[in-house]
Design a protein around this ligand. Structure first.
Ligand code: FES
Ligand SMILES: [Fe+2]
Length: 347
């Protein structure tokens, strides 16, 4: 059961041009197009007449024409022309979804349109953010989005899955992640997970900026419906010891990077993963290093998760075994269950 009252990433804004763009989101067929003023429109990709796909239709100015029998729909979904029929009942319409473009992302509200609240759009640092160098990325998964969400909520897997990428091929770098204690806090619509890596080896891609060892503060928020916002800050060795236990640093780090990611369910067995990952400041060369690193690392995740999905599907009766490292996924599951319950009551 997917949360409805939330903004899902439908794609990067740059993915939506002047053509009709069909997308499957949360098992719903949706077609995107832009009006003459460039406004992005999202409508159900199903003509109410004989259920032909509107994505096989034609954009006419601001409107969309079904090319089976010619019904014409306005951006708000209302039918404004029925060939051979003078009156148009108000009930002849398609569902129109609220869409907002912000931070370089096209966000779509999958719940009741009247509930859409733009203050719930997550604080992405998009490709045009002045303080960060970000190259937008996308990866398609043959897996349920829950498995990707659980992967992001528990970064202890970096130790094992990402030895070649984030560890730079050095197991001592990646395996330091497995033993770092985490602090988990419930926040509005999600959880916050923080950890200190004290006097840990720096991966090769960071060492030029940080030196070979450092104290690493890593903090991420995971928010409904599948938004991951992670900041990594590197300090001189000894910094963490000077702070109170687990305290969040308020001093300027030697180096910091940020990644914002969004997982969107397409169907129950396919998902789309949008990400930006880059260093602070205007640094296109280093941004490219981070982008390549993200592709390598997220491919490692994808291969593991798709294989995990196959094992799960081969015997759905098998249950997972919860362990201490599953604290954040468990906490988030509680937040999600509460919201699902609230939505079910209002449905
Ligand atoms: S199916 Fe669209 S007009 Fe007939
Ligand atoms: Fe990962």
């Amino acid at each position: 059961m997917y949360i409805r009252n939330a903004w899902y990433a439908a794609g990067w804004c740059r993915d939506f041009g002047t053509e009709l763009e069909p997308r499957m989101l949360l098992n719903e067929r949706i077609v995107f197009y832009r009006t003459t003023a460039g406004q992005l429109v999202a409508q159900e990709d199903r003509c109410p007449h004989r259920l032909a796909p509107l994505s096989s239709g034609r954009i006419e100015g601001d409107n969309l024409r079904c090319m089976y029998h010619g019904l014409l729909f306005a951006p708000d979904g209302q039918c404004i022309k029925i060939p051979g029929q003078a009156s148009i009942p108000a009930t002849v319409c398609v569902r129109a979804y609220p869409v907002i473009e912000r931070h370089g992302v096209a966000w779509i509200w999958m719940g009741e349109a009247k509930e859409a609240n733009d203050s719930l759009i997550p604080d992405f640092q998009g490709p045009d953010h002045p303080d960060w160098s970000m190259i937008p990325g996308r990866m398609d998964y043959r897996a349920n989005y829950q498995l990707i969400k659980d992967n992001l909520l528990d970064l202890s897997h970096i130790a094992w899955v990402h030895a070649a990428s984030f560890g730079g091929g050095d197991a001592t770098v990646s395996e330091s992640w497995a033993d770092m204690p985490v602090t988990i806090t419930t926040i509005d619509r999600g959880v916050r997970v923080q950890r200190w890596g004290i006097d840990v080896p720096m991966p090769p891609y960071m060492a030029a900026s940080t030196g070979l060892r450092g104290d690493m503060f890593n903090s991420y928020d995971f928010l409904i419906p599948g938004i991951f916002l992670l900041k990594t800050m590197i300090f001189p060795v000894g910094t963490a010891k000077e702070l109170k236990d687990g305290e969040e640093p308020r001093i300027k780090p030697i180096f910091q990077s940020f990644t914002c990611q969004a997982v969107t369910p397409l169907t129950d067995r396919t998902s789309c993963y949008f990400f930006g990952f880059g260093p602070e400041g205007d640094n296109p060369e280093l941004a490219k290093v981070y982008y390549d690193l993200a592709i390598a690392a997220f491919t490692e995740d994808r291969l593991m998760i798709e294989a995990q999905q196959e094992v799960i599907d081969s015997d759905p009766s098998r249950r997972m075994l919860p362990l201490a490292m599953d604290g954040a996924p468990r906490r988030y599951a509680g937040v999600l269950a509460k919201m699902q319950k609230a939505e079910a009551v209002h449905a």
